[in-house]
Structures are given as C-alpha cells and as structure tokens.
Ligand binder design. Sequence first.
Ligand SMILES: Cc1cc2nc3c(=O)[nH]c(=O)nc-3n(C[C@H](O)[C@H](O)[C@H](O)COP(=O)(O)O)c2cc1C
Length: 186
Amino acid sequence: MAAPGGSGPIGPYPKDVSGEEGEIEYDKLRRRVLWTFPYGLYIVGSRDGDRRNGMTTNWVTQVSFEPKCVGIGVEKPAFTHELIDASGVFTVCTVAREDRAIVRKFTKPVEVDEAAMTLNGFAFHDGQTGAPVLTQAPAYVECEVRSAVEIGQHTFFIGEVVNAAFQGDEDTEVLRMEDTRMNYGG
Ligand SMILES: Cc1cc2nc3c(=O)[nH]c(=O)nc-3n(C[C@H](O)[C@H](O)[C@H](O)COP(=O)(O)O)c2cc1C
C-alpha cells in the first residue's frame, strides 16, 4: 500500500542491470518477487496513557525461541509507532478468516470509544500490558519491546511475549494476506 520511499527506483542493482530503464524494470520485478512472500494479517494494538490504536499489519514474525520474541515492522510516521515508542508495549491479534473486512478499518488511527470500549466500533479490552486486544481476535500475544531496529522508513520492534491467549476456538482459521487483494511491501 504505502509507496516505497522516493519516486525513482531503489538500488542496489544486480550486475546485469544497466541504464535507467533497466533499473526501473528491475525495481518493479523485485517488488513482484517480494509480494510473493506469504504473510499473515494481524491487528497490532498499541497504547500510551489514554491514547490507543489498532493497526493492520502483515510484517509480523516470531524471531527467537528463548526468550520468546516477536518482531513487527512499523512505519515511522504511523500513530502506532509513536505509541509503541512511548510505552514499550504492543499486542498482536490474529484475525479470523471470515472477519477479513476488519483489516480495512485499521489502516489509519482509530476512533476510540472508552465508554463503549470499542476501537472503530470493534469491542476491545486492555491486556495485562495495558495495550488493547480485540475481543473478536481468535488469539493474541502481548509483548514488551526488547529491541527497536531502525531501517529506512520503518522500525522493527522486537518484543518479548509476556502474555498469550486464545479467545475462541483454537482451530479458527486465521487470515492471511492471500485471502485479500491487498499487498504491502515489495
Ligand atoms: C494489508 C495491509 C498491510 C499492512 N501492513 C503494514 C505493516 O506491516 N507495517 C506498517 O507499518 N503498516 C502496515 N500497513 C499500513 C498500516 O495499516 C497503516 O495504514 C499505517 O501504518 C498507519 O497506521 P496508524 O493508524 O498507526 O497511523 C498495512 C496496510 C495494509 C492495508
């Protein structure tokens, strides 16, 4: 979705690529290659004080066995980035395949109704870290940031899993990028 930095092609280029046209073509090809990587789709919950957010995210992966850590790539201008930077915590909520429409509702800062306990109309509760967890998420983890690696326009936040739970049937099929017509990255 978000355009990769600048308007021109991005290097480095392989040895057999030359000229501006070649660079543009290679830039497009590399993007298509990267788009074939399979991803899940998640809602990342964040909070600092009374500010909360939920963000559609596909750059999510476990990164270590011991400690149990999960990494997420977050755009620096995102509100989520500001909240995680300030609080050092985040949640990762899986999404049921049949709830795929939800991902379109979390692509910009959400409207929080604290009285109704909803994010853009979707029920949530605050986890043990204080960060929000969507009630309809089949499963979630809560993380405390242990490391933040800045790369270009993103920060890869690595968080240790301090809480994990199922909220529904453990066998619920969870959403993957290929269930949608969207892509991000490349
Ligand atoms: C399918 C899809 C996947 C996305 N994956 C990511 C992601 O992995 N990391 C990220 O920073 N933004 C991702 N985004 C963009 C965010 O959802 C969001 O638009 C942006 O980061 C701003 O979020 P904010 O509400 O925190 O400001 C994705 C958007 C879509 C539609």
